[in-house]
Design a protein around this ligand. Structure first.
Ligand SMILES: O=C(CO)[C@H](O)[C@H](O)COP(=O)(O)O
Ligand SMILES: [Fe+2]
Length: 219
């Protein structure tokens, strides 16, 4: 398994200083930059779109890990690829043709990720696992930062770890929502190798970013 990768979610950044915030989490040791895109339809919140993401893409060379909470999503995939996404992750719950969406992401030359909401079973991955580069398990209901971790998702993480190992493919297993040093350790024990964190990274302002990221690694 890979050493854990930490992906701070810029949803919790100061949007008035977004470029500086991306530079700051890069300098503080972020492995990936997690970009939460919310459409006010699939989830009850609106964040930002590809133009805002593109405007900060040049602030770091770290991979952009783009979590699309958009339904329907297919019409937006090209725009996020063009705006500098490295991994594009789409919800199985967001439309009837998840397989087509994942195929399209691969055609765009990007890493394809699939994400499951807390109420969605791991078996939804049975016919997708052979085509994805990343599985994202939501440990909160998507739409907002600062929510409480849902412990039932640990069992799902462990089940997906087995599916990934059985596949023989290199697939990242990422968890998103309510991650702090305690829940991070529990997710890693269950088999996660990438963690998204918004509140736990950004809560103290820029002087705390490096220590907060290190704490999620158990350091
Ligand atoms: O996808 C998300 C919400 O839908 C965010 O990535 C997630 O909530 C991160 O925020 P926090 O660490 O504060 O829970
Ligand atoms: Fe997210």
């Amino acid at each position: 398994m890979n050493p854990v990768r930490i992906a701070p979610s810029i949803l919790s950044a100061d949007f008035a200083r977004l470029g500086d915030e991306v530079r700051a989490i890069d300098a503080a040791g972020a492995d990936w930059i997690h970009v939460d895109v919310m459409d006010g339809h699939f989830v009850p919140n609106i964040s930002f779109g590809p133009a805002v993401m593109k405007s900060v893409r040049g602030m770091t060379t770290k991979p952009f890990d783009v979590h699309l909470m958009i339904s329907p999503v297919d019409a937006y995939l090209d725009a996020f690829a063009e705006a500098g996404a490295d991994t594009i992750t789409v919800h199985v719950e967001a439309g009837p043709h998840i397989h087509r969406s994942l195929q399209h992401i691969k055609v765009l030359g990007k890493r394809a990720g699939v994400v499951l909401c807390p109420g969605t079973p791991a078996k939804m991955l049975d016919y997708l696992i052979d085509m994805v580069d990343l599985v994202l398990v939501m440990s909160v209901n998507p739409g907002f930062g600062g929510q409480q971790f849902i412990p039932s998702q640990l069992k799902k993480i462990a089940a997906i770890r087995k599916m990934i190992d059985a596949s023989g493919r290199a697939i990242d297993l990422e968890v998103d929502g309510g991650i702090d040093p305690d829940t991070a350790a529990r997710c890693i024990d269950a088999g996660a190798d990438a963690l998204v964190a918004g509140t736990a990274v950004f809560k103290d302002g820029p002087h705390g970013y490096a220590a907060n990221i290190a704490a999620l690694r158990g350091q």
